[in-house]
Structures are given as structure tokens and as C-alpha cells.
Design a protein around this ligand. Structure first.
Ligand SMILES: Nc1ncnc2c1ncn2[C@@H]1O[C@H](COP(=O)(O)OP(=O)(O)OP(=O)(O)O)[C@@H](O)[C@H]1O
Ligand SMILES: [Mg+2]
Length: 377
């Protein structure tokens, strides 16, 4: 445990003034034993005085909050709390010292902490009160709940997604059947129309119904992914095809496309699905650059076994605290009707099905780079 109370024992470093008595040895051994427990604890442990000054902390606390002990010792504990917990905490301590009313001490509760990088995370905090050299000391035990919460959240989303898939498949089927009939008759009308005007009208019906059936097909693909058909494909061709698909949209937004393919490797993949991933990432990149920028698509070979495809934009970027969430189902920052928040989830699923990984790296205000790594053929 780092801190004022955890200096070297007198026996270390300096010549001994006199041999340690049995009682002293016992106390030293006991203290060392306790310290080793505190140091090995998975939970963070932080001791503060009545003013909130950090006196000691263990390695787990350093890890949880992302600070080195030397950054924290002597600082006010408020540095580890986001608002409104910071103000609440000051108020609790004031009330407690004044009235003895306990809110956390001996009870414990879930609060939020703030890491060095500014990210906020949930933890369970229990506080014990004691004294050191006649002064009050509060020792907080901090259990990081982030992974637990994330796992709960993922389970919740998986459930939602499963429910959505079932509903979507049902609707797509029930709406799809009459659509097929409408399409059939509309095509018949188009073919047998007596004049241009009627043919035009019939063609409108056909076009619009096709739009609906295409949308239904997309929904069905998400809800019930079809069996993958793997074949050897040239990554560059699929990537080119995807970029070309949005050529007009990109040009219209003032987005310049830069391609750097270097090698032209082959991967064994389902062409349509891989294209779906590229399209998702390109649309996201374009959406992140509403007033233009550069879309850079690159293919690399980090080694003989892997192919790396990078899709990078010079757009708005993603804040560090949101990076973890972008792959979650329904996480979207787009306005209603523009994004469903499923694109990255589906993309990641497809890439994983191909034995690959999808990583993201982003600088807020500067841009984002998604990297797909696939096993090469
Ligand atoms: N290139 C990017 N730059 C900045 N933010 C991005 C980028 N790609 C994704 N994001 C963020 O991640 C969120 C989730 O992306 P995702 O593709 O999963 O869903 P969406 O684009 O919002 O909706 P959908 O793809 O389902 O239409 C986006 O709303 C956006 O906030
Ligand atoms: Mg998207």
C-alpha cells in the first residue's frame, strides 16, 4: 500500500540502532502481513482524512482509477468523483462530521468514479471509519462494477435483439406475402398498359413496391442471417465495388476518396456479407463527415496469415467514453429514422463469423479508423 503510513520499516536500509524486541518484531510481521493482503486485494482501497485528502491507496485502486499512487497521494479524493457525486460527497462528509448521520459508512452503495482519462464508471463503495495518530481516517473499499454492468447490458441487448429478430421476421413475412402479390399484378399492369401514361403509373407502383420488398429483405437478413457462402475473393474488388456504390453520395458531400491497396490479397469469405460490412463502415464514415473530408481505404498485409482492411475518415470522431458502446445494439447518435444502431453490431458479427476482428481507433474532432483483420487465404 503506497502512502505516508506505508514507508519503509526502520529495519530496512539503515543500520539498526538496537535489535528489534519480540513485541516489535511481532507488530512488524503483523503489519507486513496486513499490507500484503491489502496490496493483493482485487478491490481498490483508499484511505482519506476528514478533509478528503488521500493518505494511502493500494495497487488495485491505482489500476481501477488509472492513476499512479504518486499522482493521488495528498490530493483531494474529489478528483476521483464525477459530478454530482463530488458535491454530494462533500455534503455527506460535512453532515456526517456535524451530525453523525451515516449515508455510506458501514452501509455501502453504488456510486460512480472518474478515471484519469475522464471516463466515468460504476463501482460499489463501502467506507470504514478509524483513526490514525488521533485523527479520523476513512477507508473506502471500491469494487469496480463496470464489467459486471457491461455483461448485464450485453445480455439485455442480446435478449432485445432476439425479440426484435422474431418480430421483424414475422412482420417481414406477413407484409412480404401481400407485397409479392401486389408486385405481380403491378408488373402485369405495366406490361399490358394500353398507353404510356398508364404504363408510367404502373411502373411507379412496381418501383415503390420493390423498395418495400428490398427493405423487408434487409430486415430479414438482419433477423435471420442466411447461410454464409464462402469463396476465395479479391478484397480490393469488393472494396472498390462498395466505394463505387456510394460514389455519388460521397462526391455530393465533398468527400475525397483515397485508396491504398498495396498488395491485392485474397480472402475466403462470403462476398455479400463482406460487402455489407464495407458498406456499413463507409456510410458511417460519410455520416461522420457532413461537411466533407477524406475517406481513406487501405488494404495491408501485416504478416503472411492476415489481411488488414482499414476504412478511415477525417470526421467528427468518437469520444473515448462512447467507444465501448458503438458496437452495442441500438446505440446510435443519429437522428430518428436515420440510424438504427445496428450497423456496427451486424458488421462485427459478420467479421467474427469470418474468424476476424473489427477494431476501432478514434480521435474526437479528428477522425475515426475502423480496421478489419481477416485470416488470409
Ligand atoms: N466513422 C464514425 N465516426 C464517428 N462516429 C461513428 C462512426 N461510425 C460509427 N459511429 C458512431 O457509432 C454509432 C453506431 O454506429 P452503427 O453503424 O452501429 O449505427 P448507426 O450508423 O447509428 O445506425 P445504422 O448503421 O443501424 O443505420 C453511430 O451512431 C455513431 O455515433
Ligand atoms: Mg451505421
Amino acid at each position: 500500500m503506497a502512502g505516508r503510513g506505508a514507508g519503509k520499516t526502520k529495519a530496512e536500509g539503515k543500520p539498526r540502532a538496537r535489535p528489534e524486541s519480540d513485541a516489535e518484531q511481532q507488530i512488524r510481521e503483523e503489519r507486513d502481513r496486513l499490507r500484503s493482503i491489502v496490496d493483493a486485494a482485487v478491490d481498490g482501497i483508499i484511505a482519506i482524512d476528514a478533509q478528503g485528502t488521500i493518505l494511502e491507496l493500494n495497487p488495485a485502486a491505482e489500476r481501477i482509477f488509472g492513476y499512479a499512487a504518486s499522482d493521488l497521494l495528498g490530493q483531494n479524493v474529489a478528483i476521483l468523483m464525477p459530478q454530482p457525486y463530488r458535491d454530494e460527497h462533500a455534503e455527506y462528509v460535512r453532515r456526517y462530521l456535524e451530525t453523525g448521520e451515516r449515508r455510506i459508512i458501514g452501509i455501502g452503495r453504488e456510486v460512480r468514479g472518474r478515471r484519469k482519462d475522464g471516463s466515468v464508471f460504476p463501482h460499489f463503495l463501502a467506507v470504514a471509519e478509524g483513526s490514525l495518530a488521533g485523527k479520523r481516517v476513512f477507508t473506502g473499499v471500491i469494487r469496480d462494477l463496470e464489467h459486471l454492468r457491461q455483461a448485464e447490458e450485453r445480455a439485455r441487448q442480446a435478449e432485445q435483439l432476439a425479440a426484435l429478430s422474431t418480430i421483424t421476421a414475422g412482420i417481414a413475412h406477413d407484409v412480404g406475402t401481400p407485397m409479392t402479390t401486389i408486385l405481380g399484378y403491378a408488373e402485369l399492369l405495366e406490361r399490358s398498359a394500353p398507353d404510356d401514361k398508364s404504363r408510367d403509373r404502373a411502373r411507379h407502383i412496381v418501383d415503390q413496391v420493390r423498395r418495400v420488398t428490398d427493405l423487408l429483405q434487409t430486415l430479414l437478413n438482419i433477423a435471420r442471417p442466411r447461410r454464409a457462402e464462402h469463396e476465395a475473393i479479391a478484397v480490393a474488388d469488393v472494396l472498390d465495388h462498395s466505394v463505387d456504390f456510394f460514389r455519388e453520395k460521397l462526391k455530393g458531400r465533398g468527400i475525397v476518396v483515397e485508396r491504398d491497396y498495396g498488395p491485392r490479397p485474397t480472402v475466403v469469405a462470403d462476398r455479400d456479407r463482406l460487402e455489407q460490412v464495407f458498406l456499413n463502415l463507409i456510410v458511417n464514415a460519410a455520416d461522420a463527415m457532413p461537411s466533407g473530408g477524406t475517406l481513406s481505404v487501405r488494404i495491408g498485409r501485416p504478416n503472411d496469415e492476415l489481411v488488414e482492411i482499414a476504412i478511415e475518415d477525417t470526421g467528427v470522431g468518437i469520444a473515448p467514453q462512447h467507444l465501448d458502446r458503438i458496437f452495442d445494439a441500438f446505440y446510435t447518435t443519429k437522428e430518428r429514422g436515420k440510424g438504427t444502431g445496428l450497423g456496427l453490431l451486424v458488421s462485427q458479427r459478420i467479421v467474427r463469423e469470418h474468424g476476424g476482428t473489427l477494431r476501432v481507433q478514434s480521435d474526437l474532432g479528428k477522425g475515426t479508423c475502423f480496421t478489419i483483420t481477416l485470416p488470409s487465404r
